[in-house]
Design a binder for this molecule. Structure first.
Ligand SMILES: [Zn+2]
Length: 80
């Protein structure tokens, strides 16, 4: 957690309000969720998963997962 405190000033410059450590929905490893003033970003260094959503509407701005479940998450049908 020392690194987080050390970088706090830099985050403020970037507009990052909060950083949260969460489980990656793609690979289950520890991932970082950034709360910025205009968007929320979930980023996993283990599998390169990325999900950026609008802070106000929750709409997905950018999403990326390395060849895995992302298409299924969005397109999943109730029949399966
Ligand atoms: Zn991951």
């Amino acid at each position: 957690m020392q690194a987080i405190q050390k970088n706090a000033a830099t985050w403020e410059n970037l507009g990052i309000l909060t950083l949260e450590i969460v489980r990656c929905p793609n690979c289950g490893s520890l991932a970082e969720r950034y709360y910025l003033s205009t968007q929320h970003k979930l980023q996993c260094d283990h599998c390169d998963y990325l999900m950026t959503t609008c802070a106000q509407t929750g709409r997905v701005i950018e999403a990326y997962a390395p060849g895995l479940n992302i298409a299924r998450l969005i397109l999943s049908s109730p029949n399966t």
